[in-house]
Write a protein that binds this ligand. Structure first.
Ligand SMILES: NC(=O)c1ccc[n+]([C@@H]2O[C@H](COP(=O)([O-])OP(=O)(O)OC[C@H]3O[C@@H](n4cnc5c(N)ncnc54)[C@H](OP(=O)(O)O)[C@@H]3O)[C@@H](O)[C@H]2O)c1
Length: 332
């Protein structure tokens, strides 16, 4: 049984941590909930008990075995070193340590053994990367993926609770004939979309796009894989979708790919040529698997395959993947 803290417990990901720790019967001896000073006075329920939210400080970690961090990159950078110094093992959802060579970046379906190389910190990958690699890795094992082109359709939940609220508030304001407020996003999200997730980099890609490139190579240990991403924010509340095109070393047919994906852990194949015979974000909300559909030959390339991937970004893209990492650690 573990003494556990959640840093960022009041956020969109933190809320899922609390629900999933309870639902998965993770062996929690004592759970403490940490957030900013803004949240002092709030209470959140775990196993029928109302737990008061405490302020995250450098002294929050005495006697803590395990810390789940989802309080943003800056908080991770400031507070995780204090946690590690206290002997706490940290599973971090932010991008602060993901590309550090001393920090394992783990998706349990792919590289669970990396968990045991940790020196106090284990990083949880970016949400868009996780769902793509869960589908990509089984095909890579069978046919060696040489190149990946991906376009994402990312929900507002990827920008946290404030992202979802911005879409809902814009919908309400539009219905009432009022002006739409824009604060979390670069443009209006209602009735719109933009190819702009995170900041622009010098190479013309956005930081989110480069996370998908670099994190995929680290998780799958494929430094020479060609990867190009276009990340798009869409007016969906929760769950990210992706259109993925791949080129493989060995020819793989859609039928073979489907059979492989059906047998792969964490994946559900929904692929019927009929209305609704494909995964969609609204029905994937609050589920745990990564869903794949529209598996077909990419007839623009002799060894091309294309498919559609949808997953709940707050679950498999964040809290669930982190708890699965902790479960691997527990199982030893
Ligand atoms: N949303 C996703 O799909 C997703 C997926 C993977 C990873 N992540 C990562 O997870 C983290 C949280 O994301 P989210 O979507 O849950 O965001 P969110 O809904 O905005 O929640 C942010 C949480 O961090 C806390 N926080 C912010 N600044 C803090 C500070 N200085 N000290 C202590 N606590 C602080 C907030 O506390 P208050 O309520 O007190 O402000 C809140 O609990 C981010 O690093 C994000 O990149 C998110």
């Amino acid at each position: 049984m573990k003494n556990v803290v959640i840093a960022g417990a009041t956020g969109a990901v933190g809320n899922e941590f609390i629900k999933l720790l309870e639902a998965r019967e993770f062996p929690v001896k004592n759970l403490r909930l940490l957030a900013s000073a803004r949240s002092i006075g709030k209470k959140l329920e775990f196993r029928g008990e109302k737990i008061p939210v405490e302020q995250l400080t450098s002294k929050s970690f005495n006697g803590v075995d395990l810390a789940f961090f989802s309080a943003g990159r800056e908080s991770s950078k400031v507070y995780i070193p204090h946690a590690v110094e206290s002997g706490t093992v940290v599973i971090d959802n932010s991008s602060a340590f993901r590309m550090d060579p001393d920090v394992p970046l783990v998706v349990p379906e792919i590289n669970p053994e990396s968990v045991f190389k940790h020196k106090g910190i284990i990083a949880n990958p970016n949400c868009s990367t996780i769902q793509m690699v869960v589908a990509l890795n089984p095909i890579h094992k069978a046919a060696e993926v040489k190149r990946v082109v991906v376009s994402t359709y990312q929900s507002t939940a990827g920008a946290g609770a404030k992202g979802m609220n911005e879409l809902l508030n814009q919908a309400r304001a539009w219905a009432n004939g009022e002006a739409l407020e824009i604060s979390s996003f670069p443009s209006q999200i209602l009735f719109n979309l933009f190819p702009h997730v995170d900041i622009f980099m010098e190479n013309g890609y956005t930081k989110e796009e480069m996370k998908m490139v670099n994190e995929t190579k680290k998780i799958m240990n494929t430094p020479n894989m060609g990867i190009s991403a276009t990340c798009v924010r869409v007016p969906v509340l929760r769950s990210h979708s992706e259109a993925v095109w791949i080129e493989t070393e060995k020819k793989i047919t859609p039928k073979e790919a489907k059979e492989i994906l059906k047998k792969s852990p964490g994946l559900t194949v929904r692929d019927e040529p009929e209305n609704g015979g494909y995964p969609m974000p609204w029905e994937v909300d609050n589920t745990l698997d990564t869903f794949v559909g529209r598996i077909r030959e990419d007839f623009s390339h002799p060894k091309g395959l294309t498919f559609w991937v949808v997953a709940d970004n707050l679950n498999k893209g964040a809290a669930l993947n982190s708890i699965q990492i902790a479960e691997v650690l527990e199982a030893g």
